[in-house]
Design a protein around this ligand. Structure first.
Ligand code: HEM
Length: 618
């Protein structure tokens, strides 16, 4: 897969005198001073020093070879946007740039591609120019993050973005014309402070205005400079969204639900920032973008990604695979870096559902973060085994919640057999999953005790006590031990969820309420808990005694008993594993270890089902 840089800039070597052409002042121009060097001027004001890579395809190709970059997607220097000019001038300026960008690409031996620019202040002209450019061979468009006072949620800009989606044009949003410049006259602060805030504003405006709800998913849009400050402050946005109605906007979902609607580039210049960016946006949403060949760009393009500790599968996504999707290219038809392919747009496969995109495989494979350093070989196994347990716990909760609903409905409608049948069917799935969970410990037992001890110290104070889903399962089935909440204080969301489970009816409760509704059980609340227990056990025994009339309920009872049995089996296997790996040591959660865990072996979700067996006679 070629390495593709989607964010770098170009300024044509020859550029007409636009001030003379349109009769208005302060247009950007290029002033060549000495061989290979030039200045971009805005009118008579110095704007930026540039060098020949800005306009010379050969220099670019040499530096791309030096940096191991196969393809560059060039775009205009934002100072050329001209959104504050009359539309016809901005259109003419855009066309001059767009045609000269294609000319550069023809000298690029198939390794240079381009994004056009459009007069965004006039939606019709912008759409027409985009269509012209897509036909001519541009892969998309670079736009500024605002047009004067209008942010990206402006209806005209949304219309333009719809058009981009229809044309299959990739959109790169670049900050420009930064606000608050009077307060940032020095030290390049408009670039270092203003630009990230402008980009954040662009993204937030699109999310809260519901623009992403209106725009089709096929729109491929990317925000430069890692999305500016957006990702770092997403938590703040989310918090405001949840707790301040006025900050809610009109979007259908919370802000963090829109992260799969856009891309960001990798131009953040810090390894930890890149790691956080990838963790937040997901490994399929970040692409190599360098800001080359400007001084604020990455000086060895791609170095940040290559130096990072991201898994190699993620690196190759960032370096090229994601760009292939973003640009609407097809990997198989992507021009080989060495072959002089034309700059034609290539049919997109980007929006097609794949095995990987449906299952979010890239995200899944990103979720293992060993703590040992250097990484101990067995820590990956330790993480993956626990994660698999948690996934199955999730499925168990999903199924058991449905069982609770079915038994509740069965209680409300005792004549209908369907709900009881469905409860038994799902319970059978739960027992099969639990059987696998009991077995799965053997995989972890391939880890030598010494190997575990080599990284165990890194895990404290994390402990199985903090498995929220395990505790949810216990609470949902009927073992509601409020004391266990204390292990979840560090995670308020888990705490709140467990509190909810404590309040909600358990499987145990709905099961016996259904028997009451059927007239099989009368509970006198005034008698002792023991007597109530015996009454429940007698009710179960009465079902077994009349097998002919209660086959489906007996099936439910058998599945519940089996589930109980398997969970005890899980506890026992877990204890054996613990003893095999850490002997009689204390747990990382502060318990006495295996001797504590042995006390849990007596726990049963449905003790009445077991007691009923004692009550049955020959
Ligand atoms: C090397 C492997 C393991 C060791 C040494 C180990 C050790 C322990 C210890 C000592 C405890 C008691 C709490 C404490 O003081 O920390 C515990 C609890 C727990 N562990 Fe493990 N464990 C291991 C693997 C697993 C796995 C694979 C799971 C799967 C989810 C798991 C789930 C749990 C749960 C849910 C608890 C709480 C049990 C309860 O409160 O009844 N453990 N573990």
């Amino acid at each position: 897969m070629p390495v593709i840089d989607i964010h770098n800039h170009f300024f044509p070597r020859e550029w007409p005198d636009l001030a003379a052409r349109y009769g208005t002042s302060n247009w950007p121009r290029i002033k060549h001073n000495e061989p290979g060097k030039a200045e971009i001027m805005v009118g008579d004001r110095f704007f930026r020093q540039i060098y020949s890579a800005c306009w010379d395809a050969d220099v670019r190709l040499q530096e791309m070879d030096r940096d191991g970059v196969d393809v560059q997607v060039v775009s205009a220097t934002p100072v050329l946007f001209a959104y504050d000019r009359p539309i016809e001038h901005a259109l003419d300026c855009a066309q001059l740039f767009n045609d000269s960008a294609l000319e550069l690409c023809t000298q690029g031996k198939g390794r240079l591609k381009s994004l056009c620019q459009v007069p965004l202040q006039g939606v019709d002209a912008a759409c027409r120019e985009l269509s012209r450019c897509m036909k001519a061979g541009h892969l998309g468009v670079q736009i500024g993050n605002h047009v004067g006072e209008k942010n990206l949620d402006d209806p005209a800009i949304i219309t333009f973005l719809h058009h981009c989606a229809d044309e299959g044009a990739a959109v790169l949003v670049h900050p420009w014309d930064m606000f608050g410049q009077l307060r940032m006259p020095k030290y390049m602060m408009p670039w270092t402070v203003g630009m990230p805030a402008e980009t954040q504003l662009g993204i937030v405006a699109m999310i809260l205005s519901g623009a992403f709800d209106k725009l089709p998913r096929k729109l491929r849009i990317c925000f430069a400079h890692g999305g500016g400050s957006f990702v770092f402050l997403l938590g703040r946005l989310q918090n405001a969204w949840q707790h301040h109605p006025v900050a809610h906007g009109v979007c259908e979902l919370p802000p963090k639900e829109y992260l799969d609607r856009f891309y960001v580039d990798s131009a953040v210049f810090d390894l930890r920032a890149l790691k956080y960016l990838v963790e937040t946006m997901g490994p399929d949403r970040v692409m190599l973008g360098s800001d080359y060949p400007f001084p604020l760009g990455e000086h060895r393009v791609g170095e940040l990604i290559r130096r990072s500790e991201l898994p190699s599968v993620t690196k190759s996504r960032l370096l090229g695979e994601n760009a292939v999707k973003f640009l609407g290219l097809s990997a198989s038809t992507l021009p080989d870096a060495k072959s002089p392919r034309a700059n034609e747009p290539i049919h997109t496969k980007a929006d097609q559902l794949t095995y990987s995109s449906y299952l979010r495989v890239p995200d899944l494979l990103q979720l293992q973060h060993p703590q040992s350093s250097p990484q101990h070989h067995d820590e990956l196994l330790f993480i993956i085994v626990h994660q698999t347990y948690e996934l199955w716990f999730k499925e168990l909760l999903h199924d058991l919640d449905a069982v609770v609903r079915n038994l509740r409905d069965a209680g409300e409608n005792p004549e209908s057999p369907d709900e009881v049948y469905e409860a038994a069917r799902l319970l059978r799935r739960c027992t099969e999953i639990t059987r696998v969970l009991v077995e799965q410990f053997t995989i972890l037992e391939t880890m030598l005790p010494t190997h575990f001890l080599a990284f165990r110290g890194k895990l404290e104070p994390a402990s199985g006590f903090q498995s929220e889903q395990f505790r949810e399962l216990e609470f949902l089935c009927g073992l509601k031990d409020e004391k266990m909440l204390r292990y979840h204080k560090p995670t308020p969301e888990a705490y709140a969820q467990l509190e909810r489970r404590l309040r909600e009816p358990s499987l145990h409760e709905v099961f016996f309420e259904a028997l009451q509704a059927m007239g099989k059980l009368q509970i006198d609340k005034n008698v002792s808990e023991r007597e109530q227990f015996e009454a429940r056990a007698r009710a179960v025994a009465s079902l077994y005694r009349d097998e002919h009339s209660h086959r489906d309920w007996i099936d439910v009872c058998e599945r519940l008993t089996e589930f109980d049995e398997l969970v005890v089996g899980w506890r026992l296997r877990h204890i054996q594993l613990v003893e095999r790996v850490i002997g009689a040591r204390m747990g990382t959660g502060g318990s006495a270890g295996s001797s504590y865990l042995k006390l849990t072996l007596d726990k049963k979700f449905f003790p009445e089902l077991w007691q009923a067996r004692t009550l049955l006679t020959e």
